[in-house]
Design a protein around this ligand. Structure first.
Ligand code: FES
Length: 107
């Protein structure tokens, strides 16, 4: 049985093991996905907006809900990439810019 699923992160199509977190999938694919707390659900910098396939992600845990609420993310389409596990095809985009692509215009 093929236990891989395809996901799209910022338009990049990747194959990942079913049950991995979105953040782990990003790391596996080399996406420079921001994750300041190291995937512990504390910082919320890994937030993604789910474009398609929300039903293919693991159910939001109480811990994830509390973390998102504490960072003022109330939209149902926002998930923590480090907590949401991929069970089927899904399309997401990062809320924060990926690392190394910040458009800094300062001196
Ligand atoms: S990496 Fe910090 S909350 Fe996901």
């Amino acid at each position: 049985m093929d236990d891989k699923v395809s996901i799209s992160i910022n338009g990049q199509e990747i194959e990942v093991d079913r049950g991995r977190s979105i953040l782990a999938a990003s790391m596996q694919a080399g996406v420079k996905h921001m994750h300041l707390c190291g995937g512990r659900g504390l910082c919320s910098t890994c937030r993604v907006r789910v474009i398609e396939g929300a039903e293919q992600l693991s159910v939001m845990t109480r811990y994830e809900k509390i973390s998102l609420r504490s960072h003022l993310s109330f939209s149902a389409e926002i998930r923590l990439a480090c907590q949401a596990k991929v069970m089927g095809p899904v399309k997401v985009e990062t809320v924060f810019p990926t690392l190394g692509r910040l458009d800094y215009q300062g001196p």
